[in-house]
Design a protein around this ligand. Structure first.
Ligand code: HEM
Length: 504
């Protein structure tokens, strides 16, 4: 009895100490003047559970509506929705480093942490490893991959015809969301190592690679809110096997690499990324080893497959849900008489298609969290007189800033490609100023020194996919009233867009 009462007293005292620590931390916090939910001010657990429930986008939108441009999301985390600070936080000089959220992307090898180009928090590391490959990702280089994209696109519409358009399969419902994922991953396989993954051929998620990628991002979305937990979970050798890993995808890349090493002559003339990475190895032997070549390949596939497919799915879904947009897009494509697959030289002149792509990126950015950065030694001066101290984690959520009516115009929740076009009574100068404001706040590809490396490639590819699909097929939703499924995590994944296809 005496022991039980002692234990209760100790428990109560322990609880009191923990609570007192939270209260003290709150009272001393330099972020005291930033509004936000009370629980967020004392613990990161609030944010973790919010991400676990997949409510982070709706919650952050509501919080910014309630409190304004600055909202505290954790004891040391501030969400910023001030378009004037976008260029400061995501500067080309890279003074605001990525936060430990990105440490989830590190790999463990023999007990050592291995960073990569995407996740590194170190500018020196980043410059060292991006320099040998940067020239492979220009617009010019992206256009040189058109022939490879065309080959895969042709195979894609042959598959669609066979399964959903021709003969007895005519009118069969097609989940275009799945078929866009199959396409973008197979294109990347062809571009990276001259071999598709085989998703289209098998019409299936081979080796669960797509599902694993999504589960992995789910883990990052939640555990990334308290990155220290990662050490005890996925990076814990005893538990690692219980968490989703990119083993199948990485294994596929390693197999392709071994194949190339064994029959180098056979692939000698190929202009795929792998041969370019191998050339980078010759050119920069002290920086690029076989490990880096494989690492670049993995980043290519993981960085480019789902991101491109998510955006294309958003463009298709919103175009189909908005008959006026659909009609105008088809009219533009068909009056330009685009070929199948559509050539980028023709597509890049089509203003409405371009506006649809931009609007897709705006209304449905791939990333659903704030893009976390750490405030440097200068601090970060906000327009409310508060200066956030060095070490504060800050970031802008693309889903929040892309919905600012004062930047993007009326009805920011509506898919309205027209917002990217010049208004009939708008002067050239006003239009340019408006577009500049929109572009300056645009975070769909990130910004600054860590802007998306694959942006040119993605823009060429997306125009070609959307252009080919809408020019070649009459496409309609199987049930015009049905909504798609969206899984908001680190990436915001669309699923289940059932359509019917027939050829023009
Ligand atoms: C529509 C398609 C795409 C979207 C929306 C997209 C979006 C993004 C975003 C938002 C970032 C910055 C993330 C951050 O700051 O946390 C990023 C970085 C990156 N992306 Fe993309 N991406 C796309 C396609 C691609 C493609 C096709 C590739 C490669 C083939 C690629 C490779 C990368 C790499 C390597 C980085 C890291 C860059 C660095 O830190 O220097 N992405 N992307």
């Amino acid at each position: 009895m005496a022991l039980a009462s002692l234990l209760v007293k100790l428990g109560t005292a322990g609880l009191f100490v923990v609570l007192a620590q939270y209260v003290l931390a709150y009272l001393r916090s330099p972020l005291k003047r930033i509004p936000g939910p009370t629980l967020a001010k004392v613990s990161d657990l609030w944010r973790l559970f919010n991400a676990y429930e997949k409510k982070h986008i709706t919650t952050q939108l509501a919080l910014h509506r309630k409190y304004g441009d600055y909202v505290q999301l954790g004891p040391n985390v501030v969400s910023i929705n001030d378009p004037n600070l976008v260029k400061t936080i995501y500067s080309t000089r890279g003074t605001f480093l990525k936060s430990d959220f990105y440490a989830i992307n590190d790999a463990m090898q023999d007990g050592k942490v291995i960073q990569n180009l995407f996740g590194t928090r170190d500018n020196k590391f980043h410059s060292k490893y991006i320099r040998p490959v940067q020239k492979l990702y220009t617009f010019q280089a992206a256009k040189e991959y058109e022939a490879v994209m065309d080959k895969t696109l042709t195979e894609w519409y042959h598959q669609l015809n066979k399964r959903f358009v021709d003969g007895t399969n005519q009118g069969k419902a097609c989940d275009i969301a799945d078929w866009i994922s199959f396409l973008t991953w197979d294109i990347l396989g062809e571009m990276t190592f001259s071999k598709p993954f085989g998703f289209m051929e098998q019409a299936a998620d081979i080796g669960g690679m797509l599902e694993t990628a999504e589960k992995n991002m789910d883990y990052q979305s939640v555990i990334g809110q308290i990155p220290a937990l990662d050490k005890w979970l996925a990076k814990n050798p005893r538990l690692a096997s219980k968490f989703p890993a990119f083993a199948v995808t990485a294994g596929f890349c390693v197999e392709r690499f071994m194949e190339r090493m064994q029959s180098f002559e056979q692939f000698k003339g190929n202009t795929d990324f792998m041969n370019h990475f191998l050339a980078a190895k010759e050119e920069h032997p002290t920086v690029v080893t076989d490990n880096e070549v494989i690492g670049y390949m993995i980043i290519n596939v993981l960085g480019g497959g789902d991101t491109t497919s998510i955006t294309v799915k958003a463009i298709i879904y919103h175009a189909l849900k908005n008959p006026g947009v659909h009609k105008r897009l088809v009219e533009e494509l068909r009056s330009a008489d685009v070929s199948h697959p559509a050539s980028y030289t023709t597509l890049e002149k089509l203003q409405y298609l371009d506006a649809c792509v931009k609007e897709g990126l705006r209304i449905h950015p791939v990333v659903g969290h704030i893009l976390e950065r750490v405030v440097p030694s200068t601090g970060l001066a906000l327009n409310n007189g508060v200066t956030l101290p060095p070490g504060t984690v800050v970031g802008v959520n693309p889903w929040v800033v892309h919905r600012r009516a004062d930047v993007y115009g009326e009805r920011p929740d509506k898919f309205l490609p027209e917002r990217w076009l010049k208004g009939s009574s708008e002067s050239d100068a006003d239009y340019e100023a408006r577009i500049r404001r929109m572009n300056d706040a645009d975070l769909s590809f990130g910004k600054g020194n860590r802007v998306c490396l694959g942006r040119p490639l993605a823009l060429v590819e997306m125009a070609k996919i959307v252009g080919t699909l809408f020019a070649k097929y009459k496409i309609e939703l199987e049930d015009p009233n049905a909504e798609w499924e969206v899984h908001p995590q680190w990436f915001v994944w669309p699923h289940k867009i059932k359509v019917k296809l027939s050829q023009y």
